[in-house]
Design a protein around this ligand. Structure first.
Ligand code: SAM
Length: 277
């Protein structure tokens, strides 16, 4: 850790760079954790990796040693000269300056199958996950370093579900890989982090009439926290609590339950009943 952090400090000083907190610039300076992130991506020489936010290229270099090709998207133009220096002219790394949320991930990788690996800037965690999982061609595997508390929310089970957990688990199977203490970053953020892996489902995990209808129901259910479903669905779907009782009965879900306790299959049953109603 010491050496890597010193090298990082030296590179930043030489380029007269001041870290931008607003862009989530906490760089991972611990080789043990960097190697763990790379291992979680299970890379082979034919893999194409899309990295979000290469920073000064520490993770990028390791990814390029194991993958066939790495495309790295960095928003901060001030980091490009640093990346040019640290990555040299590695033939299998391409750096693109831009905002990942404004770019179609598949077009960056020529529509070939790809994996995403990122030590994410925390301010875009939910938006970036949504952007990737709902892309026309989503990544087959996503390995992210995010806030530990958010990672725990994503892998939760009933009765600890949230809109975020349902949204991620609908598209992918999440797995918590390892915790990363705040001290492994330079500068250290306020909270601990965790590595999380999302593996895209080969076939949808539940049968829904349409994604839009499924998420309309789920969003309505979570719309009023800690309310019974008969009330949250009644007002969220604009059908009132009597019709909401009938909908839940048709789906076989007790109307006094709360959104946090439902499985994906129960949400899908409600969406199917809503379409048939
Ligand atoms: N990959 C490096 C590492 O592991 O040390 C840096 C990770 S740092 C937590 C996040 C990086 O994402 C920063 O370099 C930041 O400038 C960049 N970034 C922030 N917002 C971005 C966005 N919308 N699109 C692409 N990169 C972004």
């Amino acid at each position: 850790m010491g050496n890597e952090a010193l090298r990082l400090g030296e590179v930043l000083r030489r380029h007269d760079l001041h870290l931008k907190k607003g862009l989530g610039q906490n760089f991972l300076a611990d080789p043990v954790h960097l190697d763990r992130i790379v291992a979680a991506a299970d890379l082979a020489p034919e893999d194409i990796v899309l990295e979000i936010g290469p920073g000064v290229g520490t993770l990028t270099q390791r990814l390029a040693q194991q993958a066939g090709r790495v495309v790295a998207v960095e928003l901060d133009a001030a980091l490009l000269p640093v990346l040019a220096e640290t990555l040299g002219d590695s033939p299998n790394i391409k750096v693109i300056q831009g905002d990942i949320l404004q770019l179609d991930p598949a077009s960056l990788t020529n529509e070939d199958p790809y994996k995403v690996v990122a030590n994410l800037p925390y301010y875009i965690t939910s938006a970036a996950i949504r952007h990737l999982l709902t892309a026309d061609l989503p990544p087959e595997l996503v390995v992210l370093t995010i806030q530990r508390e958010v990672a725990q929310r994503i892998v939760a089970h009933p009765p600890g579900m949230s809109l975020l957990a349902v949204s991620v688990q609908f598209y992918a199977e999440p797995k918590l890989i390892a915790r990363i203490p705040a001290g492994a970053f330079y500068p250290p953020p306020k909270v601990d982090s965790a590595i999380i892996r999302l593996r895209k489902w080969a076939t949808p995990p539940v049968d829904v009439p349409s994604e839009d209808l499924f998420f309309e129901v789920v969003r309505a259910g979570f719309g009023q926290r800690r309310k019974q479903l008969r009330n949250s669905l009644g007002s969220g779907l604009g059908i009132g609590s009597a019709a909401s009782d009938r909908l839940l009965a048709a789906a076989g879900v007790e109307s006094t339950r709360r959104a946090e306790t439902l499985t994906l299959e129960e949400w899908a049953a409600i969406a199917r009943a809503f379409q048939d109603a």
